[in-house]
Ligand binder design. Sequence first.
Ligand code: FES
Ligand SMILES: [Fe+2]
Length: 452
Amino acid sequence: MADGNQVHASWDREAILSLFDPASGRLDRRIYDDEGIYQLELQRIFARGWNFMCHESQIPNSGDYFINYIGEDQVIVVRDGEGQVNVLLNTCRHRGNALCRAEQGNAKSFVCSYHGWNYALNGDLIGVPGLKTYYRGDFDKSQLGLAKAAKVESHLGFYFATLDPAAPSLHDFLGDVGRSGLGMVAAYGDVIVLDGIQKNVIDCNWKIAVDNLFDWYHVMYSHASANSTGFVDLAKILQPDNQLVMLGEYGHGIGGPGIPEAMQAQLDMIGDEQRAEMSKSTPFRLRPASAKDLMGATGVRSLGHPNIFPNLWITLNGMQLCLRLPRGAGATELWWFTVVPKDSSPEQRRNAVRSATHLFGPAGLLEQDDGENWSQSTRASRGVVSRSLGHNLQMGLGHDQAIAGPDGGAAIATCISEHGQRWLYQSWTEWLAAKDWADLKANHSAPPQGTV
Ligand code: FES
Ligand SMILES: [Fe+2]
C-alpha cells in the first residue's frame, strides 16, 4: 500500500543521503520545513514502518475501539467479535467521510453519517441504503469494505500496525533495542493504560520533538526553573558521566543515564524486595530480576529514554508513552499515555495522572520549556539564509567506543553526548532514500561498532 516510488523531483537518493553527514554531525535544516521531504516521510517512514496503535488494556472487549494515526491517515483500532484486533482506515469507501468521530469507545458497527453505509468491526461493508431501489442490485459490497492495515501485531501487549505488506514482522522490526524499550514499560509487572490521552499541538517539526528525547544536554539548562520548584530533582536523575546509549537496527535508540556494569553485577546479587527498598531513595525504580528476560543484559542497565522509530517515546521508568504525530512539516501533535500497574489502587492512579500532567503535556513543567524551544528552533531554521546554516550535532563524535551488546544492537557507555541524535538522523535518511522494504533492508546501516 505504501507507494515509495513517487519521489519528489528535488529529492533523489543522493540528495536525501546528503541531508545528514554522520562524519561531521552536520544536519541540513531543510528537513524541518520542506514539503517534498514531508510527503516522502509520510510515504516512506510512516506508511512503510510499524506504528504504535494502543495498548491491549485500552480495547479489552469486543467492539472496543481507539482512534489513532499512521502518518496523516486516521485509523480505527478495534477488537472484533472474534477477539481479533483490526486496524481500519477511518474513511468511508463511498465519498470518503470519516466514519468514527469519537476518540475511543465501543461500537457494534460503524455507520457513516453521510449516506448510511454500515461497516462491521472487521471492516466488511454490511449495509448500503437503497441497494435494491437506487443501485438496482448492481453493487458488490464485498469490494468496498474499509481499507485495512497490511499487518497488525503486538509485543508485550503493545499493538502496532503497518500499511506495507512487505514489512518484516514486528519482532524483527523492533530488534533487541526496540523490544528492550517496550520491556522497560512491562518490567515491573502487568500494566494498563489509563483512559484520557493528553493531546496538544506544538508548532514544531515532529523530528525536533523526537530527537529531544535523546538530548540530556538541555536538561539542567532548559529545565532550571522546573528543577527549582522542587517537583523534580533533575540533578539526581541526570548522571552526566554515567550515560548509556543504545543504538538499534532501523533507527531505534535508547539514551540517558545508565547503570555501570560493576553496579549492575552487585544488583544482580540482591533480591527484588531489597531493590524495591533501595528505589525509595533514588528517582529510579530499580527493576526486578525478571526484567532481564524482557530487556536483555544491556537493556536492563538503561535508565534512559527509548524511542521506537520513528515516533514513540517511553519516558523515564516507563510510566508514560508519548506519540509525536506529524501534522504537516511545521506542526506536531503530542499524545501522552499514562501507564500504571494493573493492580494499582484508585489513589495510586490519581497520583500517576497528577504526576504525568505536572511533568509533560501542555501544563507540564518540563514540556512548557521544551515546546517553546522546539517551536522556536523550527521557526528560526526556516529563513532563506537561516536554513542554509545547518544544525550541529558533533558532541562526542569520535570520542567513544560502541560495543555490540550480548543482545545485539550497539551500546556506548559515555558522558552526555549526541550519539542518539546522530543515529536517529542517519537512520532517517536511509528510510527516506530507500524506495521499498527490499531496498531498505539491503541498504540501511547496522548499528556501529568501534569508534563512534
Ligand atoms: S460518504 Fe459514507 S455513506 Fe456516503
Ligand atoms: Fe526537556
